[in-house]
Design a protein around this ligand. Structure first.
Ligand SMILES: [Zn+2]
Length: 223
């Protein structure tokens, strides 16, 4: 089973990926990880990537795709894989399709864990952290409130809200993600591969939704 995993900020993509690996025994292929591995191993593509990285430049698509091709051709990816962080653009998705066709395979599902925006805003904006660095205890004004508002239960320190947990920042991050992902979702929707998952509920609720969709029989028309 060949999967692409997409997930908005706060959707718990990493956690779900780990659970999918354990269940299906397929490797997670994360661009950053395999890029670093290729550089370390000194493969041809790894050496090319290193030239760009040493120059402080972005590694171009053709090199990233070469590295992904090498990775997906390895024995442990024959049974399937979970692509994480790639593709990010439609040209990358097209190049990936070509690479997979060359390997005699294709993407089966594009799992998109969609964040419930209001739930995420509630979750993040309610977080409070103890100012006492040695303590650092976290609270949530709604879910795990301190006994006395604004004061740490553990050490009596003052509680504060991190800058990146304010509502404007959270909504901006979501908007940026949705804008960047929309063309990719469009590309895979046309191919009938997108499996939208509502990122609501517990980690297990979301995981069960994913597994249910992946296990659903496909119609004989191939859709
Ligand atoms: Zn404290």
């Amino acid at each position: 089973m060949n999967l692409i995993l997409l997930g908005g900020p706060g959707a718990g993509k990493g956690t779900q990926a780990k659970k999918l690996i354990d269940l299906y025994h397929i490797p997670q292929v994360s661009t950053g990880d395999i890029l670093r591995a290729a550089v370390k191993e000194g493969t041809e593509m790894g050496r090319k990537a290193k030239e760009f990285m040493d120059a402080g430049k972005l590694v171009p698509d053709e090199v990233v795709i070469g590295i992904i091709k090498d990775r997906l051709a390895q024995a442990d990816a024959k049974k399937g894989f979970i692509l994480d962080g790639f593709p990010r653009t439609v040209p990358q998705a097209e190049a990936l399709d070509k690479v997979l066709a060359g390997l005699g395979t294709k993407i089966d599902h594009v799992v998109s864990i969609d964040v419930d925006e209001e739930a995420l805003v509630t979750r993040l904006t309610g977080r409070r952290t103890c100012k006492n660095a040695a303590c650092g205890q976290m609270f949530h004004v709604k879910f795990t409130p301190p006994k006395k508002a604004g004061i740490c239960d553990k050490c009596g320190g003052e509680l504060y809200q991190r800058d990146d947990d304010n509502e404007t920042t959270v909504r901006n991050r979501l908007a940026t993600y949705n804008q960047a992902t929309a063309p990719l979702i469009g590309y895979y929707t046309q191919k009938g591969l997108v499996r939208p998952i509502k990122g609501v509920g517990s980690i297990d609720d979301i995981f069960n939704q994913i597994v249910g969709i992946l296990a659903a029989p496909k119609c004989s028309c191939g859709a």
